[in-house]
Write a protein of this length. Structure first.
Ligand SMILES: Cc1cc2nc3c(=O)[nH]c(=O)nc-3n(C[C@H](O)[C@H](O)[C@H](O)COP(=O)(O)OP(=O)(O)OC[C@H]3O[C@@H](n4cnc5c(N)ncnc54)[C@H](O)[C@@H]3O)c2cc1C
Ligand code: SF4
Lengths: 745, 293
């Protein structure tokens, strides 16, 4: 029996209350004495072969019969009014099948998709679908747009002076910070400036739309197929039954691909008009101008503490550059929630700039806030004459400091201890020297949400060949969640993960499920998968009981066999399933809510060791020790990959990635991968990765999420390591050779 | 991208004839040419691929070495004799760009590549060097530009140019087979002619000749990450007996010969580039130390 329940979940810092449908569930919670089976064994990604051989089909690879290619005209000005455009001249170009301009395209999430007053360089103005890319380019030239350039603001301080907010300022207060600061024995003030980091997913934003009389199918590179469907229904006034969204393989999103995106609406509108499938793949440049970024932010902290290093009060502000979209990401969350501190006054000011809309980016707000605040804490440690880790230990909290709620589990202190031991923290001063290359070591704490929650649904069926098919309402943005689901199912059915076929990424296949974000996917879907698997297991054991005349309670499924607990029976599961003929045994599962009144968080600590070349200014991250508390680890191999990727992306933020906006023209000058420098594998340090903590006792299956945690502490740990190495602190990231050499001047 | 004619002649004369057509461009690996064409920076009507001319050999010549124009950076980097006798060239060739680009990019293409200034490469802007009126870099963001004031403050990007200048190399061209000093391959762009190459229409590089091997040589460069980064600055040093030659890229408009006694001479730095002076003097000191006997 299904019932509707009301649940609360924290999604990337925002609390969402939702009603969800949950099935009554008889699946036993994982008993303490039950062996984990394949759960926790390193498992190669099920799709590794397809990805490596190129047979995996991404949205950008789609090639439907009679498919047209689309291009988008984008504004070259930081702010402008379109005064004329020759849509008909473009329509007259041979091979052109549809041309749309401002006013011709439905809105996306209530916002214009094609602009007649494009508010930033790179804003879409018109779109063309043609037989070939070349014909589309020729039509683009025929559009001959005329612009009236308008004034623009691309400078954070200027926007603050003008008081132009893109989202409501957020103020947070607890206690009386002003009084407490005045009374504090130690106070420090410090400022930090974080850059705009561009996502640069390997696969750009793209969509292939096939509009037919009986409905719309959209292949989309998306982190949320169900959101994409709702958005398309909203844009075009269609029913859910007439929209299907598919995303089989995805080359990353990192928060920039929630839903179908404007590109989905453009492709669908062009397909509707042309009566043909249309593919729209953004160029790297368009990607970097229009699809989002981690917001640049200026942080100011005033911290008051006792001589013992215990935090008493923090006043902090963050001025963020949201561009023309996005929301006030929780940049001051690390101040508010990581340590015990009674008095706080925090202000977040999300400013509007004539730049593309910001978007969530892997731990949005929290990563850059951690980078800044964890360095301010090191400054405090220095002022207090304390070891930085000791300072963090002293400020540890057993309850969520903003709500007073207890945690479902928290192994932060253990993370500090293990990381310190693995990194050789106690001997860190011995790394220092005054030669050409200076070494240092720094740490940072990690805090994030990620306990998952409903809604999430899964279906399992098994037929005569004993190879189950698992259908999950989700998409795999590349994290390996598909493989983790196979592992969870394999445990229930006593088989190997690679015997499971997992179907995801299709709104017509399964009811519903979470978007891939907030480090919530696996923690949300895995319990549903297990429960669906458990139903199938129960039925298989009942069938086996009838066949072998042994009570079902005396049978188990292990290593591909049905076995009796007394050891007398060992038969391949296939011997049971083959009796099914063309029938299936099926089972469904859904995700139950998390306990009320408790804080669900992941924690961790990273320690980075860096070498700064004072001659070239180049910083090498030599080693990162990453210890994270994420509850139960389903697939250690996949988990380690997440950690490596997060650390590398964090290194990019700290050392080389930075969108540069020309102050005089307001355009981005490094929107390509030559000038915008993401790290390469040559920049990857030695990584020592460990997970502490048992399965979370309060959460289904004990799983907490890992997508975002590993990127969170990396830049802060690097910043602290650089300060340790040089004896001076760089206040603006990334720490490029120029900034290093300027600081040493 | 606009369409263009493509030819791959087999003889130098045919290539020269094809290149004397208006809006014709020489192509080595195409790694720079095609991206410029793609962004609308260049509008070549025809592209003449030089890789069919048989100019792809590295051969000893007298006391030195002759390197064909279309030898790839990768082949140059792999050449044992070059590694042993012309260390600076080996090091520069192996440090440039990325492995993929080195397999495609040619020696002459590397020497003749355009500047990488982010305004010059911007699809929506036409800066002074591209024929416009404004040097956007001087009024805007020139944090990675040169140390030398001028109409254009972008920097010479070619690692090979620094190495070859230090080695006192000459360049053979289709119309000047007797060779010209490498420095004469370059010119300062002017209001009338915005090219930084001193080649006549139709003229192209056929080979680079290093007349003799130095007693010691070394290349020092700084990049923005550990692979695949243009040099923020690169300094090549070569010692012939007690004569020192020092050359740099990344600091001035054209590859530049430096005074070993005062490498920063004539390079005052600009508003946002003073940091490069520290870098240049550090790299120069290091390169000189590595070649000192
Ligand atoms: C992302 C990136 C990073 C790079 N990093 C570096 C780096 O760190 N260091 C470095 O030195 N280089 C670097 N390069 C440049 C790369 O090495 C050059 O693109 C390459 O060497 C050019 O060679 P090519 O043969 O492909 O030239 P092409 O693209 O074929 O030609 C380049 C130019 O030279 C002209 N040309 C070609 N051959 C001749 C000839 N024989 N005579 C006259 N003119 C000719 C062409 O007309 C064109 O104008 C980088 C390039 C890219 C794209
Ligand atoms: S530095 Fe040279 S290439 Fe760059 S904008 Fe100025 S003129 Fe153009």
């Amino acid at each position: 029996m299904a019932r509707l329940i009301k649940t609360e979940a924290v999604v990337e810092g925002r609390t969402e209350v939702r009603w969800t449908l949950v099935e009554e569930d008889s699946t036993p919670e994982w008993p303490a004495d039950q062996p984990p089976g394949v759960v926790g064994e390193p498992t190669t990604r099920l799709t590794a072969g397809a990805r490596l051989s190129g047979s995996a089909r991404y949205t950008s690879d789609m090639q439907l019969p009679r498919q047209l290619e689309a291009t988008v005209l984008r504004s070259p000005h930081a702010n402008a009014r379109l005064t004329s455009i020759s849509l008909d001249a473009a329509r007259a170009v041979p091979g052109v099948r549809a041309v749309i301009g401002p006013g011709d395209c439905p809105q996306f999430d209530g916002e214009a998709v094609l602009h007649d007053e494009p508010p930033y360089g790179g804003a879409a103005v018109a779109a063309i679908a043609a037989e070939t890319r070349e014909a589309a380019d020729e039509a683009m030239a025929a559009l001959d747009p005329q612009w009236e350039p308008l004034g623009f603001v691309v400078d954070l301080d200027q926007s603050l002076e003008n008081q132009t907010f893109q989202d409501d300022p957020v103020e947070y207060e607890r206690g009386d910070a002003e009084t407490a600061l005045a009374a504090a024995e130690l106070t420090i003030t410090s400022d930090y400036l974080a850059p705009a980091q561009l996502h640069n997913s390997m696969e750009p934003h793209c969509a292939v739309a096939d509009w037919r009389p009986d409905g719309l199918t959209l292949w989309s590179s998306t982190q949320g197929i169900y959101q994409a469907r709702s958005q398309l229904c909203g844009s075009f006034g269609l029913d859910q039954e007439h929209v299907r969204v598919i995303c089989h393989f995805m080359g990353g999103g990192f928060g920039s691909k929630f839903g179908c995106g404007p590109e989905g609406v453009i492709a669908a509108e062009l397909s509707r008009r042309a009566g043909r499938p249309v593919r729209l793949v953004l160029s790297r440049r368009d990607e970097n101008l229009s699809t989002g970024y981690r917001t640049p932010a200026r942080f100011s902290f005033t911290i008051g503490a006792g001589c013992d290093g215990r935090l008493q009060a923090v006043e902090a502000s963050a001025v963020m550059g949201l561009g023309t979209g996005g929301w006030a990401y929780p940049v001051l969350e690390p101040v508010k929630s990581v340590y015990a501190c009674e008095h706080q006054h925090l202000m977040t000011l999300p400013m509007r700039l004539n730049l593309g809309p910001a978007a969530a980016f892997r731990a949005p707000g929290v990563m850059e806030g951690t980078w800044a605040f964890e360095q301010a804490l090191d400054e405090l440690a220095e002022a207090a004459g304390l070891d930085p880790l000791e300072l963090r230990r002293r400020n540890h909290t057993d309850v969520d400091p903003s709500t007073g709620r207890p945690y479902t589990s928290k192994r932060l202190l253990e993370s500090y201890d293990l990381a310190a031991e693995l990194a050789g923290w106690d001997a860190r001063d011995e790394l220092r020297s005054d030669g050409r290359v200076r070494r240092g070591m720094g740490c940072a704490s990690q805090y994030w949400w990620g306990g998952g929650g409903p809604p999430a649904y899964a279906d399992v069926r098994i037929g005569s060949d004993a190879k189950p098919v698992l259908t999950v309402g989700m998409q795999d943005l590349g994290t390996g969640v598909t493989t983790a689901c196979a592992v969870v199912l394999a445990e229930r059915l006593g088989i190997r993960p690679d015997q499971v076929t997992v179907r995801t990424g299709d709104t017509d296949l399964a009811g519903h499920g979470p978007f891939s974000g907030g480090s919530m996917t696996l923690a949300s879907v895995a319990p549903a998968v297990r429960s669906a698997g458990h139903h199938v297991r129960t039925q298989l054991l009942e069938l086996a009981a009838d066949m072998f005349e042994i009570a079902a309670s005396d049978l188990e499924l292990t290593e591909g066999e049905v076995r009796s607990t007394d050891g007398t029976l060992r038969r391949p599961i296939h011997d049971v399933t083959e009796k099914l003929g063309n029938a299936w045994v099926t089972g469904s599962g859904s995700r139950a809510p998390n306990p009320d009144g408790m804080a669900v968080n992941t924690f961790g600590c990273q320690i980075a060791q860096v070498a700064v070349d004072t001659l070239t200014g180049l910083i090498t991250v030599e080693r990162v020790v990453a210890v994270h508390d994420i509850g139960r680890v389903v697939n250690p191999m996949g988990a380690r990959s997440q950690v490596l990727g997060g650390i590398l992306q964090g290194i990019g933020f700290a050392l080389s990635e930075e969108r540069v906006v020309d102050p005089t023209t307001g355009t981005v000058v490094n929107a390509g991968l030559e000038d915008y420098k993401i790290p390469t594998l040559a920049d990857l340090p030695e990584v020592e990765c460990r997970f502490v903590g048992e399965p979370d006792p309060e959460l289904a299956l004990g799983i907490k999420g890992l997508g975002e945690p590993p990127i969170i502490p990396t830049p802060g740990a690097i910043g602290n390591a650089v300060a340790h190495a040089l004896g001076l602190r760089l206040r603006e990231a990334p720490y490029t050779p120029r900034r290093v050499l300027e600081a040493l001047q | 991208m606009r369409t263009f004619a493509y030819a791959r002649p087999a003889r130098v004369e045919d290539a020269a004839a094809a290149l004397s057509q208006p809006a014709a461009r020489a192509m080595g690996g195409g790694t720079d040419l095609i991206t410029q064409q793609h962004r609308g920076i260049l509008a070549a009507e025809s592209v003449v691929d030089l890789r069919g001319l048989g100019l792809d050999a590295i051969a000893a010549e007298g006391e030195g070495v002759r390197i064909g124009a279309t030898v790839t950076l990768a082949d140059l980097g792999r050449d044992e004799a070059v590694r042993e006798r012309f260390a600076v060239l080996h090091q520069a060739a192996s440090a440039a760009a990325s492995p993929q680009l080195r397999e495609m990019g040619t020696v002459a293409g590397n020497l003749c590549q355009q500047v990488r200034c982010w305004y010059f490469r911007h699809p929506d802007l036409t800066c002074w060097l591209r024929g416009g009126d404004t040097c956007y870099a001087q009024v805007g963001d020139h944090r990675k530009h040169g140390l030398e004031p001028g109409d254009c403050i972008s920097v010479a990007p070619s690692d090979l140019a620094a190495a070859l200048l230090a080695l006192d190399a000459t360049v053979d061209t289709s119309s000047r087979p007797q060779g010209i000093p490498l420095a004469d391959l370059y010119r300062k762009a002017s209001d009338e002619n915005r090219s930084t190459l001193a080649l006549a229409p139709g003229e192209f590089v056929t080979a680079v000749v290093v007349p003799r091997a130095p007693d010691a040589s070394a290349y020092e460069r700084a990049g923005e990450r550990h692979a695949w980064s243009f040099a923020l600055a690169g300094v090549a040093a070569a010692r012939f007996g007690d004569q020192l030659r020092l050359a740099a890229i990344g600091v001035s408009n054209l590859p530049r010969l430096l005074d070993p006694a005062d490498p920063l001479a004539g390079l005052p730095g600009l508003e946002q580039t003073a940091w490069k002076r520290r870098l240049l003097s550090g790299l120069a000191g290091q390169a000189l130390a590595r070649v000192s006997g």
